[in-house]
Design a protein around this ligand. Structure first.
Ligand code: UDP
Length: 342
């Protein structure tokens, strides 16, 4: 197959590109590098079946051309991360809603299959645990910046279902629950890379609020396999799937696991939400997926425990420093050899 991944230089997108290449597909990545990074796909550039286009998904002509050429679109390009969403609500709404509409419009012409990544954020303030795909979405008021993200992704879902029902576009929708793994950056909020980096640097591990809020962390390797399986499963068309882990952990517990696994002596510091994100910020207290639908559809089951995930993220954050050290020693050796030759 020839696949197009919008947002393919991002954290999840780059892992998806890698997995699809490994399975023998031709992969084209479209990314404007606004939150993604060329470093995420650097190692794929030498692959014969890999093409990357640095451009915006909002560039209609480029998008239409790339969608014409592919068999399936994985639409991952989006404004993500609580920090980004709170700081740039206009960009969030615009990028998420407009880009998805353009993808669906271009896919409609040739009836191309589209998998759209949505988020557990759409469940908002729902309190019925675990969250099932058919539950009501309980989104907070527009004056609280965070909800613009939830709302923009909910609109994406409504758009996708509308294009499917009215125009026959084969769509698959997935709601990702706190996906984590190597290459995720803490710049836009994400708690795990932030905690691990803080622990490795020996600086305070900053917990927002009282830390009793909980999340379930999904391993990126499991998530991308699920995306691939759902995208080729006929029964998934027109449906929404939760993807992630259902192993619930409080943020206080997460900080403790990170400290243990990194062997760090960092102190733990609690910050108020106001200190972290400014006034009027609202967090979700619990977020747990009901995984029965995806289990039935593709036999999905998470493969890593939280500790294994924390270890893998820690290794990935230590590795680049090692590589720099290795590069530096190669450079020193080369300089010494050249000096001798002189
Ligand atoms: N969080 C934290 N410290 C940080 C970043 C996040 O305590 O440095 C908390 C955040 O308030 C939330 C949880 O960790 O309760 C998960 O945050 P993240 O931004 O990773 O994802 P969310 O589930 O909020 O979208």
């Amino acid at each position: 197959m020839h696949v197009l991944i919008t947002g393919g230089a991002g954290f999840v997108g780059s892992h998806l590109a890698e997995a699809l290449l490994r399975q023998g597909n031709n992969v084209t990545v479209l990314d404007d590098l606004s939150t993604g990074s060329i470093l995420n796909i650097q190692h794929l550039k030498r692959e014969r079946r890999f093409v990357y286009v640095i451009d915006s998904v909002m560039h209609r002509a480029v998008l239409a051309e790339l969608i014409d050429e592919c068999d399936i679109v994985y639409h991952l390009a989006a404004a993500v991360g609580v920090r980004l969403v709170v700081d740039s609500p206009v960009r969030t709404l615009h990028t998420n809603i407009r880009a998805t509409e353009l993808v669906l419009e271009a896919a409609k012409k040739k009836k191309k299959k589209v998998l759209i990544t949505s988020t557990s954020e759409v469940y908002g303030k729902a309190t019925k645990i675990p969250f099932h795909e058919d539950d009501d979405l309980v989104i907070g008021p527009p004056v609280r910046g965070r909800w613009s993200y939830a709302c923009s992704k909910a609109i994406d879902e409504f758009l996708a279902i509308a294009y499917h029902r009215e125009h026959g576009v084969p769509v698959v929708l997935v709601r990702l629950f706190n996906t984590v793994g190597p290459r995720q950056t803490g710049t836009y909020g994400m708690v795990l890379p932030r905690f691990v980096s803080q622990a490795l640097a020996g600086s305070p591990i900053t917990i927002y609020g009282d830390g009793t809020q909980s999340r379930c962390f999904g391993w990126v390797g499991d998530v991308v396999q699920a995306l691939i399986k759902l995208s080729t499963h006929d029964g998934a068309v027109g449906s929404i799937f939760n993807i992630g882990s259902d192993q619930e952990v409080t943020i206080n517990e997460l900080a403790a696991v990170v400290k243990e696994e990194t062997g760090s002596s960092s102190p733990i510091r609690h910050l108020s939400y106001e200190e972290a994100y400014g006034k009027d910020f609202e967090d979700m207290s619990r977020r747990v997926p009901d995984l029965s639908r995806i289990r039935t559809a593709i036999g999905y089951s998470p493969t890593k425990s939280l500790r294994e995930i924390v270890q893998a993220v820690t290794d990935s954050l230590i590795q680049p420093n090692l590589r720099e050290t290795e590069d530096a020693s190669v450079a020193v050796n080369l300089a010494a050899t050249l000096a001798q030759a002189d």
